[in-house]
Design a protein around this ligand. Structure first.
Ligand SMILES: [Zn+2]
Length: 468
């Protein structure tokens, strides 16, 4: 069973160093979060697992890491300057501001609201008698468009000429490099370009911990295909591949669902979009989106930049065309949050004690192994340290060393951060107590089954490597 409430995970994250409120010593900054030592490791592992699956292990994929700041013309071409906006309404009584579409969605559903025009938002709020979440009155101003891009200025002069935006998506960094990729990598269709990076959206109603934040990380792919080929096949392959990635890393399939966007809900550039959603404690929420963007982006950038952004068939140089693009787009922070929620387990052990255990997939657990001397006796600690150094140097594993507290307490601590294996060095290891085990053997304890096996020091590296 995963966490039943978000609070359980928020509290564990703070207590154990996964995620802290941002700028906390100054009273915080709304909706900002900092990944602590274990959170940073977890997030890195999520990104590594993603890059391994979708870039490193595929011949048809290449990676990029593009700048956050881009020429503002990029955002004019992409449509973000003119239409990347939320419909905001003000409560006439308490003056608070809300997203009109979100207020309506709770009552009418996402599909019904997506088709509303901006001037229909206020009449609909009034007709449906939707109260202000802050004060309960039902007096709304007309909806106004509010652009979600963060503005800044590049250089020392703050004028229109120095205006820059923090990118609202990583995708455009890929499209503007399309030509470079063709020239340097000479890929054949179909091929994809991937990148992981920060994006920024000035959301009016962020929330639910790291689910919706104004600064967030994306893991995005643009997969270029021949428009005369089988686009549906590529689309379905990505859908299946992403589902498999999430479930293989431990997300229960019954807490995932695919939501197909209705025709009238689609963005202007997309002919088909699906989301993969997760059953968060507050309801279903988007984890991943897959969109058929056609040639919208390349055509726009070609028009606005004057550059020819076409692909030439290497087998038939007369065949020159603009590829279509299928876009698998992952929210990195909400993917990390999903793994946290899914891993969280409270259980009662056979001996009657209860424990909280994070059942992370071994590839994602921030600490792979903990080495624990049974007691604080000096020669025992020295032996354990020797083993710690051996594992660190002979494997790529992240190893924790803990001598503080009873062995039971230390096991609980490792359970709570999701360490898959604990290695205990005892007096048997030293040849001083046969009842604890043979000389030069140690105990490996499994986080989930609690099974303990005795392994020789010579075989420890193999045993731990195999477990992963
Ligand atoms: Zn109000």
């Amino acid at each position: 069973m995963p966490a039943s409430s978000l609070d359980q995970v928020v509290s564990l994250c703070k207590r154990r160093g996964f995620i802290f409120p941002g700028s906390a010593i100054y009273g915080g900054l709304a909706n900002t979060w900092d990944y602590g030592p274990l959170g940073a490791e977890l997030k890195n592992r999520v990104k590594r697992a993603w890059w391994d699956a979708f870039v490193r292990c595929r011949q048809d994929m290449a990676g990029l890491d593009t700048a956050i700041l881009m020429n503002p013309k990029v955002w004019e071409a992409s449509g973000h300057v003119s239409s990347f906006a939320d419909p905001l309404v003000d409560c006439k009584k308490c003056k608070q501001r809300f997203r009109g579409d979100k207020l309506l969605e709770e009552k009418l559903g996402v599909e019904a609201v997506a088709v509303l025009k901006i001037d229909q938002v206020q009449p609909m709020l009034l007709a449906e008698n939707i109260p202000c979440p802050a004060c309960g009155s039902c007096a709304w101003t007309e909806a106004k468009r509010f652009n979600l891009m963060f503005k800044t200025h590049q250089g020392v002069i703050e004028d229109e000429g120095s205006l820059a935006y923090l990118r609202p998506e990583t995708a455009q960094g890929i499209f503007v490099n399309f030509k470079h990729i063709l020239e340097t990598m000479r890929p054949r269709l179909p091929f994809g370009i991937a990148q992981i990076g920060k994006a920024f959206r000035n959301e009016i109603t962020p929330g639910n911990f790291t689910f919706r934040t104004r600064e967030f990380e994306q893991m995005e792919i643009e997969y270029f295909v021949d428009p005369s080929g089988d686009k549906k096949m590529h689309f379905d392959e990505w859908k299946a591949g992403v589902w498999e990635w999430y479930t293989q890393l431990g997300i229960a399939p019954d807490r995932l669902r695919v939501r197909e966007h209705a025709k009238d809900e689609l963005s202007h550039y997309s002919s088909r979009t699906i989301d993969i959603e997760y059953a968060f404690p507050w309801g279903w929420g988007e984890l991943f989106g897959l969109a058929d963007r056609g040639d919208f982006d390349l055509a726009q950038h070609s028009k606005h930049s004057g550059e020819e952004l076409t692909y030439t068939d290497p087998d038939d140089p007369k065949k020159k065309f603009m590829p279509h693009v299928i876009e698998p787009s992952f929210g990195c922070d909400r993917t990390v949050l999903t793994f946290l929620l899914e891993a969280y387990t409270e259980e009662t052990l056979p001996d009657g004690e209860s424990r909280t255990v994070m059942r992370f997939h071994p590839r994602l657990a921030p600490v792979d192994v903990a080495v624990l001397p049974l007691s604080k006796k000096e020669h025992l600690v020295a032996k354990a340290e020797e083993l710690y150094k051996k594992i660190v140097h002979e494997t790529p594993l992240t190893v924790d060393f803990d001598v503080t507290g009873s062995i039971g307490k230390r096991y609980r601590r490792q359970d709570e951060i999701g360490t898959p294996k604990c290695v205990t060095v005892d007096f048997g290891t030293l040849g001083e107590d046969e009842k604890q085990g043979d000389k030069d053997t140690v105990t490996i304890r499994d986080r989930d089954s609690l099974e303990q096996v005795r392994v020789s020091l010579g075989g420890i590296v193999d045993a731990l490597s195999a477990a992963r």
